[in-house]
Design a protein around this ligand. Structure first.
Ligand SMILES: CCCCCCCCCCCCCCCC(=O)SCCNC(=O)CCNC(=O)[C@H](O)C(C)(C)COP(=O)(O)OP(=O)(O)OC[C@H]1O[C@@H](n2cnc3c(N)ncnc32)[C@H](O)[C@@H]1OP(=O)(O)O
Length: 258
């Protein structure tokens, strides 16, 4: 099969499956169940639907036993600013927001369970594909929409070694792309990295916790320019600096293979 006919077939299957999904979610029984949760639903639909809608994926951005005390301290610091006390003991949203993180972005998006079947059922987000906690990329991202800033607390595990005892430059680049890319997505919707410039200033010790901070430089049409730096957690040591350009895309760009 040629690349072109494969692409056309993939697009057709995608269209068919999306239509299927839409009609599934608009089944009369489904509507009845939504408005009357206790309503009796015919077996044919109850068998298929709960697995689609009730499965709770693992959120990798929550603390686990591998997190260092420094990682936990910083997590608590930003997490405590996600909700602040309002009047009469009530709480309201604070300046920061924690971004959840799943290892299968397509599967957990609406209808994505079908998309992931077409594209690659075994696909996993690169930074979230190692099961052993603490072995590779441990991180959590917080975004400050008002200040158009993002901060990532990153703990680099033993599988990320480059120079002895230090983190591989490609792993650092991966995290910078990940943080700036997520930040650009929050600001501009779906994007792809067009350009990434990195200056490595001082090596990152393996196992250490560092801060990766990104900020919006400017937006021009489809272009989102972001700056980023990696520092020690007290800010005294600059490890890495980067600038990145992201271009807004629509999903058909990914289906076309770019
Ligand atoms: C609530 C939210 C939660 C978030 C939840 C997220 C969950 C998940 C998180 C995962 C986050 C991971 C983030 C990883 C992000 C990747 O790693 S993406 C993978 C790496 N990147 C790629 O593979 C991209 C490959 N390149 C391409 O596909 C295409 O070249 C691009 C980038 C889409 C651009 O193509 P295009 O759309 O055809 O644009 P094109 O017409 O060539 O250029 C448009 C403009 O941009 C300029 N331009 C294009 N390329 C460049 C360049 N390299 N340098 C400078 N200028 C350029 C052009 O000169 C042109 O400028 P103007 O003439 O308009 O002024």
């Amino acid at each position: 099969m040629t690349h072109e006919s494969h692409r056309v077939q993939m697009a057709r299957s995608l269209g068919r499956l999306l239509k299927g999904f839409q009609s599934l979610t608009s089944l009369p029984a489904m509507r009845a169940q939504r408005s009357h949760p206790s309503a009796c639903v015919p077996c044919r639909t109850t068998v298929a639907l709960p697995s689609l809608f009730s499965f709770k994926p693992r959120d990798f951005s929550l603390p686990n036993s591998s997190w260092s005390s420094e990682m936990m301290r910083l997590y608590d610091h930003y997490n405590s600013q996600c909700e602040v006390e309002a009047e009469r003991g009530e709480t309201r949203g604070g300046p920061w927001q924690r971004l959840p993180s799943y290892n299968r972005s397509l599967k957990y998006a609406t209808g994505g369970v079908y998309l992931s079947k077409i594209i690659q059922s075994r696909a996993r987000l690169f930074t979230r594909n190692i099961r052993e906690p603490g072995a590779a990329f441990e991180y959590v991202l917080f975004v400050n929409k008002e200040e158009q800033r993002c901060v990532c607390i990153f703990q680099a595990g033993h599988l990320l070694e480059g120079p002895p005892g230090h983190v591989h430059g490609g792993a650092i680049a991966t995290m910078i792309d990940n943080v700036t890319g997520t930040h650009a997505t929050v600001l501009s919707g779906p994007v792809m990295t067009a350009n990434l410039n990195i200056n490595y200033r001082s090596p990152v010790p393996l196992g250490s916790t560092v801060l990766i901070e990104s900020s919006l430089d400017t937006k021009e049409g489809r272009k989102t320019f972001i700056s980023c730096k990696v520092t020690s957690t007290d800010g005294s040591k600059l490890h890495t600096e980067a600038t990145a350009l992201f271009l807004s895309i629509n999903v058909s760009h990914l289906l076309r293979g770019g």
